[in-house]
Design a protein around this ligand. Structure first.
Ligand code: COA
Length: 163
């Protein structure tokens, strides 16, 4: 199988022209259940950051996406990561990791604050995300606190997530 590091896959900022392909990818990766997730409640109040959101373009089209959003956590400005999705045909080649790292590097280059997400600790742990700095974060809905992860925080994040 081709490696995602091959030149066949290019990671580039998302544009408006990608909207329909991204929607199809998210439906494929998550199904309709994605709309009831607490992350969706966060995104309803967050501001989308197209400049920090990336797609993976493969020979077959958009094979992966990661999006970042501006949020506040208490008085702290932060970013929210999600959704992250890779088409099943492109998984396990490192593409998800490349997208997570690309978004984080772009945020760091702009001097942005910490990044928060709701996700699987074993997966996101390898990219520097952990539950400890996010223990005081209050999300707008029920969530397993072990899945609330952050990276790049100068100190513990605490307070409600808002715009
Ligand atoms: C999660 C997802 C983005 C990973 O994409 P990917 O391109 O396969 O990821 P990578 O190639 O970077 O990483 C693959 C590695 O992560 C592991 N992994 C994948 N999903 C995982 C998960 N949910 N929990 C723990 N490990 C996971 C794989 O076993 C593999 O491990 P290995 O490197 O030891 O073999 C993709 O599976 C996906 O789109 N899933 C459906 C949507 C989703 O769950 N998104 C994340 C929201 S929390």
């Amino acid at each position: 199988m081709a490696d995602a590091a091959d030149t066949e896959v290019s990671i580039r900022p998302e544009t408006q022209a990608d909207a329909a392909a991204i929607l199809a990818l998210l439906d494929h990766a998550f199904g309709p259940g994605r709309f009831v997730k607490v992350s969706e409640r966060v995104r309803e109040v967050a501001r989308f950051r197209p400049d920090l959101s990336f797609v993976a373009e493969t020979a077959e089209g958009i094979g992966g996406v990661v999006r970042l959003w501006d949020i506040g956590v208490g008085a702290t400005r932060a970013l929210f990561l999600g959704p992250l999705a890779v088409h099943s045909a492109s998984r396990l080649d490192g593409l998800g990791g490349r997208l997570v790292e690309r978004a984080g590097a772009a945020a760091d280059a702009l001097g942005e604050g910490p990044i928060l997400l709701v996700g699987d600790p074993p997966y996101f742990g390898r990219f520097g995300y952990s539950a400890e700095p996010a223990a005081g974060v209050r999300l707008p809905g029920p969530v397993d606190p072990r899945r609330v992860l952050a990276r790049g925080a100068r100190g513990p994040l605490s307070g409600p997530v808002g715009p």
